[in-house]
Design a protein around this ligand. Structure first.
Ligand SMILES: Cc1cc2nc3c(=O)[nH]c(=O)nc-3n(C[C@H](O)[C@H](O)[C@H](O)COP(=O)(O)O)c2cc1C
Length: 157
């Protein structure tokens, strides 16, 4: 995956290098600018069993700032924010691999370095007893819940 580029960033940023589960790494450029989740929109994506994005809807593109071409074929960790504890994603993957739905609050990183909070549901798609992929639907999170995550997530690192 390409490093984040200063030309894409809006506002002052901090630089991180994040190493992912698959051993790859990426330079992240991160600002403190929040994009608030619009009322009444659902952000939807689908992945293959390895977490590679296969489909996104318009709200996904609008909120992440990436085009469809930039997203399809990329690992879903393209949205991973350095403030998200990896135990949250371990729990996500353990849950869907058991064939169960996962719910959680996620801070996602935008292409422009900003972020947005979502309340996510991840559902494994199962055919003939095998996971053929996953679907994730995100809704606007309650602010009270987001504030709870802002307080508690740092303790999970
Ligand atoms: C359907 C689906 C949707 C996902 N959505 C997100 C997401 O919105 N943001 C995110 O950071 N990770 C999401 N993940 C988790 C990523 O696949 C990945 O586990 C996470 O970003 C942490 O990166 P790493 O496990 O590669 O280290 C999703 C996974 C699945 C299967």
């Amino acid at each position: 995956m390409r490093d984040m580029e200063p030309a894409d960033i809006v506002g002052e940023y901090r630089e991180y290098r994040l190493t992912y589960h698959d051993g790859s790494s990426r330079r992240l450029l991160v600002t403190d600018i929040e994009a608030s989740y619009p009322d009444g929109r659902l952000i939807v994506s689908r992945t293959n069993p390895a977490g590679i994005i296969t489909e996104v809807n318009q709200s996904f593109m609008d909120m992440s700032g990436y085009s469809q071409e930039e997203l399809i074929g990329q690992p879903h960790h393209i949205l991973r924010h350095p403030d998200m504890p990896s135990v949250a994603f371990k729990d996500l993957w353990d849950t869907v691999q058991r064939g169960k739905k996962w719910h959680g609050y996620v801070k996602n990183l935008r292409k422009d370095g900003g972020y947005y909070w979502v309340m996510a549901t991840v559902i494994p798609n199962i055919r003939d007893g095998r996971i053929t992929g996953c679907t994730s639907v995100r809704r606007k999170p309650a602010r009270r819940k987001v504030e709870e995550c802002i307080r508690t997530y740092p303790d999970l690192f």
